[in-house]
Design a protein around this ligand. Structure first.
Ligand SMILES: [Zn+2]
Length: 304
């Protein structure tokens, strides 16, 4: 029988977590970031692939999966990326009154953690995640957090998180060149944990306020000015994150872009500016790491 969202609080809780986590482009840009709520030993509601956190409601923008199976699959060795992604999609369950939705590619690591998981591409956490010295500084600020070296989103990242994942208790992960994960037993706890980490980084490093770029069609004036300063060649050859690889190609930098591309660019410029301001060294992806995304574009992983 299909899951009936009207008979459960979980869709409301998921939407509350998504709204709070996706409230600003400093935490989620474009379709980046995702949230999940587990309802028992096997079922989990998770953001659908391709939708924005801020657009998730109790009635749309999420998928129901059997996370118990996904967890067992990861424990047995997730396999290759294509295979693992197909497996996650195969674990989607029908929901009454909702069209079939594809679970986010990041469903794998959500399956491994506590009841509520909030994953964002926080610009504050990414100052630490995208600099050579950042994880060392992060360990001083957050001695109990886990710091994961860069892994491509998908099977490899899941396997790395699996080694450190706790099924209970609060847990924070810093993912190099990617983002932040906060897991807790309930929505309020997870949101507080997530907000607390961001506040501590801002005050601990003395980061300047983040200014949203705006811009629905074409590059926003702020992004155009910063692009002129860094140069297109720099942005195309020096890649800090999967989001940059997927959103900030030559077309976007030529101005054929919308809100999502402007958000990703503004986040990048903020992170680069903070890294520079703190005297840190940006940690760009290697050629091999960025080549991976060429195969993802327009394919099954496109823009999460
Ligand atoms: Zn992510």
């Amino acid at each position: 029988m299909a899951y009936d969202p009207a008979l459960d609080m979980a869709p409301e809780l998921l939407a509350r977590a998504a709204r709070a986590a996706g409230a600003g482009p400093d935490l989620a840009q474009g379709g980046g970031g995702n949230v999940s709520v587990k309802t028992g030993a096997e079922r989990m509601l998770v953001k659908a692939s391709g939708s924005r956190l801020g657009d998730l409601t109790p009635a749309r923008g999420w998928a129901l999966v059997n996370y118990g199976n996904i967890k067992r699959r990861i424990a047995a060795g997730p396999g290759g990326d294509a295979e693992f992604s197909d497996y996650i999609v195969s674990q989607a369950l029908p929901v009454k009154g909702m069209p079939p939705a594809r679970p986010s590619i990041e469903t794998g690591f959500h399956s491994l953690l506590n009841t509520v998981v909030i994953h964002t591409h926080s610009v504050y956490a990414n100052v630490l995640n995208m600099s050579e010295e950042g994880h060392k500084l992060g360990r001083e600020l957050f001695p109990n957090a886990e710091f994961i070296p860069y892994k491509a989103p998908g099977a490899q990242l899941c396997a790395a998180i699996s080694e450190r994942a706790l099924p209970a208790g609060p847990q924070v992960f810093f993912l190099a060149n990617h983002g932040l994960v906060a897991a807790h037993a309930g929505v309020e706890g997870a949101l507080e944990l997530n907000a607390g980490v961001n506040e501590k980084i801002k005050s601990g490093l003395g980061l300047p306020p983040f200014r949203p770029a705006g811009g629905d069609s074409g590059l926003s004036p702020a992004n155009a000015a910063l692009l002129a300063r860094y140069g297109k060649a720099f942005l195309l050859s020096k890649v800090l994150s999967p989001d940059q690889a997927l959103y900030c190609g030559p077309e976007a930098l030529d101005g054929r872009c919308g809100e999502a591309e402007n958000e990703v660019l503004a986040a990048l410029f903020y992170i680069l500016g903070c890294i520079e301001g703190l005297g840190l060294t940006p940690r760009f992806l290697t050629g091999q790491e960025t080549a991976y995304f060429e195969s993802m574009k327009g394919g099954r992983y496109s823009r999460k």
